[in-house]
Design a protein around this ligand. Structure first.
Ligand code: FMN
Length: 314
């Protein structure tokens, strides 16, 4: 059997297939459909300091090979997450990576401290893989709330948030970046310099859909974030650029739905991947990809993920 374990800074996972925030609910919704034990990790929907209603409907629209969403971080707030969702998530046989978004630097730090207080006290044995609450992803990149994108477009703000969060939260930190920038490399570098254990990219690309007959935008928020197979080539390039220029583990996200997609991201330099939009049209895809990864490694004689990650020849 190939060894699918991966290491993202201080975070060890049993395999590189995770499910992306906002596309898997708080996992309860998927119970019965998905074998959680197969997954490398689950990233529940972003939570914010206070409950948010989200944007006016319509909030999603299908586009060629993808979808636009403008959910607007609809959630019940961090206290509800800790009291209601986290106890359930902790019981699942895979790593849980909480995901938070603040409106300000201080909000990020306050929320990270709260999540940090929930971290298991025992230190991880070397090479050990932890279930339960295992990490914290910072959503620095939501395109659908005012101020949401500002964080991941400014290296100075990234530095303040990531460094501040590291001081108050003992969990491994993943900085989730936006593709909506001229150059993602300095942004990823700022996250790495400030102590992020890994960067995840990408969040959605800002786009819009129009009903020209009505002369109206289709989404209630006017614009939304594009995701799904349509963005895979764009995401792949950004992952490759960051992996080749910044010494930080990269988690690739964008349109992943098949084992070929997974292998392309790994070869481009991603140490792990997250499956997002594909969960909506095939909720069982992520668990199946783990089996297919094992089979592919066996076919190719790949013993460990080190033999495949970043092996692109240019
Ligand atoms: C309906 C929807 C809701 C999302 N909500 C969140 C969210 O709450 N937090 C977050 O970090 N990313 C969110 N995302 C972004 C995804 O996690 C992922 O980064 C993006 O969709 C690209 O991956 P994909 O093409 O595989 O979907 C959302 C995406 C979709 C489609």
């Amino acid at each position: 059997m190939p060894d699918l374990c991966i290491t993202l800074g201080r975070l060890n996972l049993k395999n590189p297939i995770l499910v992306a925030s906002g596309t898997f609910g708080y996992a309860r919704e998927m119970a019965g459909a998905v074998d959680f034990a197969k997954l490398g990790g689950i990233i529940p929907k972003t939570v914010t300091q206070s409950p948010r209603k989200g944007n006016a409907p319509p909030r999603t629209v299908e586009t060629p090979s993808g979808m636009l969403n403008a959910i607007g971080l609809d959630n019940d707030g961090i206290d509800h997450f800790i009291a209601h969702h986290l106890p359930y998530l902790r019981t699942l046989p895979t790593a849980i990576i909480a995901n938070i978004a603040g409106k300000t630097v201080d909000e990020f730090i306050d929320m990270a401290a709260k999540v940090g207080r929930e971290a298991p006290p025992a230190p991880l044995p070397p090479g050990g893989v932890r279930g339960g609450l295992a990490g914290l992803e910072l959503n620095l990149s939501c395109p659908n709330v005012s101020g949401g994108l500002d964080f991941a477009t400014d290296p100075k703000l990234i530095d303040k948030i990531v460094a501040g969060v590291r001081k108050v939260c003992p969990l491994p930190i993943i900085a989730k970046l936006t593709p909506n920038v001229t150059d993602i490399v300095p942004i990823a570098q700022a996250a790495a310099d400030a102590g992020a254990d890994a960067v995840s990219l990408v969040n959605t690309f800002v786009g819009m859909a129009i009903d020209w007959r009505k002369r109206k935008p289709i989404l209630g928020n006017v614009t939304g974030g594009l995701s799904g197979p349509a963005i895979k080539p764009l995401a792949l390039r950004l992952v490759w650029r960051v992996a080749s220029h910044v010494r930080v583990p990269v988690i690739g996200i964008g349109g992943i739905r098949s084992i070929d997609d997974v292998m392309e991201f790994l070869v481009a330099g991603a140490s792990a991947v997250q499956v997002g939009t594909a969960n909506f049209f095939d909720p069982t895809v992520s668990a199946r990809l783990v089996d297919q990864l094992t089979a592919t490694c066996n076919d190719l004689g790949i013993a460990s993920m080190r033999d495949i990650v970043g092996t692109l020849r240019v």
